[in-house]
Design a protein around this ligand. Structure first.
Ligand code: HEM
Length: 424
């Protein structure tokens, strides 16, 4: 794979005058997404713990591959900060840059720093902390049954489109107390805004999401309920409506894709790896093991963009300039041989992975717990309902989506014996 460490089409990936980025590798190509473990291993071999890479359009960045280095960067939020307006490269970023929606500054919790971040993130933690996890599990099991009912009679399904992508979104909008009559439209618009297909207009869809969440917050002012928006409104942090709208959209978007891919990657593992298939029928315990193994080996948020250097500094022997962009290589860090010299031994009960990141901006407590409740219910109900489910294609031919952020399958086609729907 050595010769793949050149730029796509041999084109220079870095702007002139940036020697550190000469030969930087384009990260998002489909080719690399099929073999990310090899890519990270090779980058580490050639460049060490911090590698020069090119994002879409040849935009230069540093990929932080080492476990200790990701830990260091995320622990030092004053030196490696989160507000993307710190980037020195904005002048060269085109208006239609594909990564703009989630890298461009928005006045949400994601891009705030210091005490303002703690205020907003603390309110989110408190609002999520009041979610009853047993009730959430029941809600997720019901959603899972309804989704399975829609395809159980046909004997085949694509578990990504028909199941994994839908379930977390339905769970999270219910946590937000959205009226049932609005759930379908919001789920549709969110899906288009996060993951637009051909002919979709993600910007218009995003605007409709914003309008709907705005109306939801207004409605919760008049009639509070046992839901996340009402708790944010009542919180002592004293957030404005505009902040709450922004942060609710961030919570929903931050939950959807990673949890969907956590479900998808776990189902793939359990259905293609015989260590799990032999225990499927009595497999409740192995679901927990598979969920944890995925966080180490195929973590959903494989890279996170990012952090921006607040001043000139050094990292793993690299000179980092103020305003440089650092991409957190969470998947690479999880498989760093410095901390996992014997990766083949497996992760077992160890949960010291960086899949939920670390430090000030890590996935806020108790979001990882809620995500696990959702993912576990999704996997368990599916295996209970479709006991003879098998992947319908050769496991080697499953395609990973070409995304720098997410590690998730394009589709997961399965077959099973058709059965009856549970709900009329
Ligand atoms: C119920 C499901 C979830 C919710 C509500 C949620 C919520 C959030 C929120 C609000 C943030 C922004 C934190 C901040 O900037 O202060 C965040 C960040 C993050 N979340 Fe989650 N999340 C969920 C599931 C997941 C899952 C399943 C994963 C991966 C396994 C994940 C990985 C991350 C990562 C890597 C970050 C970035 C942290 C950083 O900037 O360092 N999340 N999440």
């Amino acid at each position: 794979m050595t010769d793949s460490l050149t730029t796509a089409d041999g084109a220079p990936a870095a702007p002139a005058g940036c020697p550190a980025h000469a030969g930087a590798v384009e990260l998002n190509s489909l080719q690399f997404q099929q073999k990310t473990a090899e890519l990270y291993r090779e980058l580490r071999r050639v460049h060490g713990a911090v590698a020069p890479v090119a994002l879409d359009g040849g935009v230069p960045a540093w990929l932080v591959l080492g476990y200790r280095e990701v830990h260091y960067v995320t622990s030092n939020d004053q030196l490696f900060a989160r507000d993307s307006r710190r980037w020195h490269a904005w002048d060269s970023i085109p208006a239609d840059w594909p990564l703009l929606p989630y890298v461009g500054y928005q006045p949400s919790v994601l891009f705030t720093e210091g005490p303002e971040h703690r205020r907003r993130s603390g309110a989110i933690s408190d609002a999520l902390g009041a979610v009853d996890q047993f009730e959430l599990q029941t809600v997720c099991e019901r959603i899972a049954d309804t989704l399975i009912d829609a395809f159980v009679g046909s004997g085949e399904a694509d578990l990504m489109a028909d199941y994994a992508h839908q379930l977390p979104l339905l769970a999270i909008v219910r946590m937000c107390g959205l009226p049932d009559s609005e759930v379908d439209d919001l789920v549709h618009d969110l899906t288009v805004s996060l993951d637009a297909g051909e002919g979709d207009d993600p910007v218009a869809a995003y605007q409709r999401v914003q309008d709907r969440i705005q109306r939801l917050v207004e409605a919760k002012h008049r009639r509070p309920g046992p839901d996340v928006p009402s708790r944010l409104l009542a919180h002592s942090a004293g957030l404005t409506d505009e902040q709450i709208v922004q942060d609710l959209i961030s919570v929903i978007a931050a939950a959807q894709q990673p949890t969907a891919n956590w479900i998808g990657n776990t189902l793939r593992l359990m259905l293609t790896d015989e260590r799990f298939s032999v225990t499927l029928s009595g497999g409740r315990r192995s679901v927990g093991q598979a969920l944890n193994e995925v966080l180490w080996e195929d973590t959903p948020t494989q890279n996170f963009i990012g952090r921006w250097a607040a001043q000139d500094t050094e990292l793993a022997g690299r000179r980092i300039r103020r305003g440089d962009l650092l991409v957190l290589g969470l998947a690479a860090a999880n498989t760093d041989p410095q901390v996992r010299p014997d990766a083949a031994a497996g992760a077992a009960g160890n949960q010291a992975h960086l899949s939920f990141s670390h430090g000030e901006h890590q996935c806020p407590y108790p979001a990882p717990e809620l995500a696990e409740v959702i993912a576990k219910a999704a996997v368990e109900v599916l295996l209970d309902r479709l006991p003879d489910v098998v992947v319908a294609v050769d496991a080697e031919s499953l395609v990973w989506r070409p995304s720098i952020w997410m590690r998730g399958l394009e589709s997961l086609p399965v077959e099973f014996t058709p059965g009856p729907a549970l709900r009329g």
